[in-house]
Write a protein that binds this ligand. Structure first.
Ligand code: ADP
Ligand code: F6P
Length: 322
């Protein structure tokens, strides 16, 4: 390995910069020439390579987002797009690639590995939906942002005796909603993994009112069968079933924009270093992730073929603590 490139792809996650910094500096430490690819797989197809020295990644460990930029690139889902990317890497004399991103990005990395190009993934997404790892880069920061929002909303909710539907990110996965629901003291979590009807939510809100609570907080994952807007529409027509009046807050991209926590900076620094070690050791077609306290290599074919499941014990705990 002499020349190695790193890219960030898909939804940005706080800690991606710390991972870029770690990859670049650990690669330089091996005596490699390091490159960044701008704008994810779109930049790969267009050959947007930039040399990266130690000073180019200075002052970024504390910053959210990604200095390399990210993108969603439809063309890369095609074999032609993937081959264009490999041609660009070969023309630039780059011998290996490190891909920092979530499920879709790791599918892209898997496709490159299947075509014979040396690639290692780094698990990074606020959704925490990557198979084979317990927690990914960005989750801890996003959870802390959500918790701060819940704490603030509770104050105004109590003043006005209201119920709030707070929608958090998670396209196909309820991890953020579940964990923040528990840590934020929500009355209920509405997640894609559990079949919940609007009537079930109405019942919980009404019960909270009857118990004499000053507010009710319902955490809703955006990917749930009924998201916050759908529930709001339902409640508009069923006001009589609820003691509290309802308000909705959709946290959206606020959750992705924060500066990384200590946990995310450390996780990203370690995973970046692990990715370099794996590539140096000749591994390819794997993603590095934290699992049961260890920094493991998970085959990308497994990452792509399997869905991460939620810990049902936590779903039970959320119910008990409401
Ligand atoms: P994330 O990595 O955060 O899950 P996306 O799902 O949007 O984000 O994926 C990011 C990018 O990865 C996509 O825009 C596309 O370029 C690439 N990608 C996604 N799925 C595939 C796939 N099945 N094969 C090849 N590339 C893919
Ligand atoms: O995958 C990360 C994520 O933040 C999801 O939770 C969310 O559904 C999606 O990205 C939003 O994507 P975009 O930034 O393209 O709106």
């Amino acid at each position: 390995m002499k020349k190695v490139a790193v890219l960030t792809s898909g939804g940005d996650a706080p800690g991606m910069n710390a991972a870029i910094r770690s990859v670049v500096r650990c690669g330089l430490d091996k005596g490699w020439e390091m490159y960044g690819v701008r704008q994810g797989y779109q930049g790969l197809i267009n050959g947007l390579f930039v040399p990266m020295g130690a000073r180019d990644v200075g002052g970024i460990i504390q910053k959210g987002g990604t200095i390399l930029g990210s993108a969603r690139c439809l063309e890369f889902k095609t074999i032609e797009g993937q081959k264009k990317g490999i041609r660009q890497l070969n023309q630039a004399g780059i011998d290996g690639l490190i891909v920092i991103g979530g499920n879709g990005s790791q599918s892209g990395a898997c496709a490159l590995a299947n075509l014979g190009y040396p690639v290692v993934g780094v698990s990074s997404t606020i959704d925490n939906d990557l198979y084979g790892c317990d927690i990914t880069i960005g989750v801890d920061t996003a959870m802390n942002i959500v918790l701060e929002a819940i704490d603030r909303i509770k104050i105004t909710a109590s003043s006005h005796q209201r119920a709030f539907l707070i929608e958090v990110m998670g396209r196909d996965c309820g991890y953020l909603a579940l964990m923040c629901g528990i840590a934020g003291g929500a009355e209920m979590v509405v997640i894609p993994e559990v079949d919940i009807e609007p009537g079930d939510v109405a019942k919980v809100i009404d019960e909270a009112y009857e118990k004499g609570k000053s507010h009710a907080i319902i955490l809703v994952a955006e990917g749930a069968k009924y998201n916050a807007s759908m529930l709001q529409t339902f409640f508009r027509d069923h006001k009589e079933e609820l003691g509290f009046s309802i308000r909705v807050t959709i946290l959206g991209h606020v959750q992705r924009g924060g500066n990384p926590t200590a946990f995310d900076r450390l996780l990203a620094s370690r995973l970046g270093a692990a990715a370099v070690e794996r590539l140096a050791g000749g591994e390819t077609g794997v993603m590095v992730g934290l699992s049961k306290g260890e920094y493991k290599s998970i085959p990308l074919t497994d990452v792509v073929a399997n869905k991460k499941t939620l810990d049902l014990k936590m779903v039970e705990l959320a119910r008990k603590l409401d």
